[in-house]
Design a protein around this ligand. Structure first.
Ligand SMILES: *[C@@H]1O[C@H](CO)[C@@H](O)[C@H](O)[C@H]1NC(C)=O
Ligand SMILES: *[C@@H]1O[C@H](CO)[C@@H](O)[C@H](O)[C@H]1NC(C)=O
Ligand SMILES: *[C@@H]1O[C@H](CO)[C@@H](O)[C@H](O)[C@H]1NC(C)=O
Ligand SMILES: *[C@@H]1O[C@H](CO)[C@@H](O)[C@H](O)[C@H]1NC(C)=O
Length: 217
């Protein structure tokens, strides 16, 4: 009888441990891409470990883009999108210069993830980074209502693949110009030139998952 009680207690202990591990999903970071545009988009992913992905997302659908071992410190992971139906890693790489980016450092300093939205190269879709954390974390967002209307000189429309607006000065300057300031006004939460990081990099504890929401207008 005593043995049976001991075995039952041990079994309970083990199952509690297994449930705790599943609930905390320890050591994993999941990235999803949600498509709020009225047409199909391709969600693209690369990271500094050399992993890449190209995933199709129908209107209104949230797709799983990548799952990482967050026990490993990752220098950077980047997610962006372009309008299209065919998944293609080479098209993803071409579209990257014509898109705004959701940028992540996973398990950085002090077991913290850092993330931002970058318009340094260009803007094509509205992006909101929605952390699915243990504690509430900041949800930066950038949305430009009418790209054609917004995109004035020196900035220029990209055309396909991205169908966005180039931030002409963004990659080349370390202080604001009229061109980068147009992006900064439209999207105060987003990085508008290479060193424009103050107040635009957000933090959440490592172990959180992230949904990048794409929108069109
Ligand atoms: C998408 O793939 C289909 C089938 O392979 C092809 O016919 C079509 O041209 C592709 N579209 C684009 C935009 O690449
Ligand atoms: C490290 O993270 C913890 C919890 O997120 C926070 O309370 C603490 O202030 C951070 N320490 C430093 C040095 O940033
Ligand atoms: C966007 O702006 C352009 C140029 O001003 C205008 O022609 C177009 O109708 C606008 N589109 C929408 C959807 O408002
Ligand atoms: C600005 O940066 C882009 C992208 O990095 C590059 O292609 C372009 O040549 C640069 N322009 C100038 C004037 O430096």
């Amino acid at each position: 009888m005593k043995n049976a009680v001991r075995i039952a207690a041990l079994a309970l202990l083990i199952s509690c441990f297994v449930i705790a591990v599943i609930l905390c999903s320890a050591g994993t970071t999941v990235f999803n891409g949600a498509n709020q545009c009225p047409y199909n988009i391709i969600v693209c992913y690369t990271d500094s470990a050399g992993v890449s992905a190209s995933v199709s997302a129908a209107p209104g659908v949230s797709v799983s883009v990548q799952s990482l071992d967050s026990d490993v410190s990752l220098a950077s992971a980047v997610i962006w999108g372009y309008p299209g139906s065919n998944v293609s890693l080479s098209d993803c790489i071409s579209a990257k210069l014509q898109a705004d980016l959701a940028e992540f450092t996973i398990n950085g300093f002090n077991n913290t993830d850092f993330y931002d939205i970058s318009n340094v190269n260009a803007y094509n879709f509205g992006i909101t980074i929605n952390p699915l954390g243990i504690y509430p974390c900041p949800t930066p967002s950038c949305s430009i209502p009418n790209i054609t209307n917004f995109c004035q000189a020196p900035n220029t429309l990209t055309g396909p693949l991205g169908d966005g607006c180039y931030n002409t000065d963004g990659p080349n300057v370390t202080s604001p110009t009229p061109g980068t300031t147009a992006f900064a006004y439209a999207c105060p939460d987003a990085v508008s030139y290479t060193t424009d990081a103050t107040g635009k990099v957000f933090a959440c504890s490592t172990g959180s998952n992230y949904e990048v929401v794409f929108s069109c207008s």
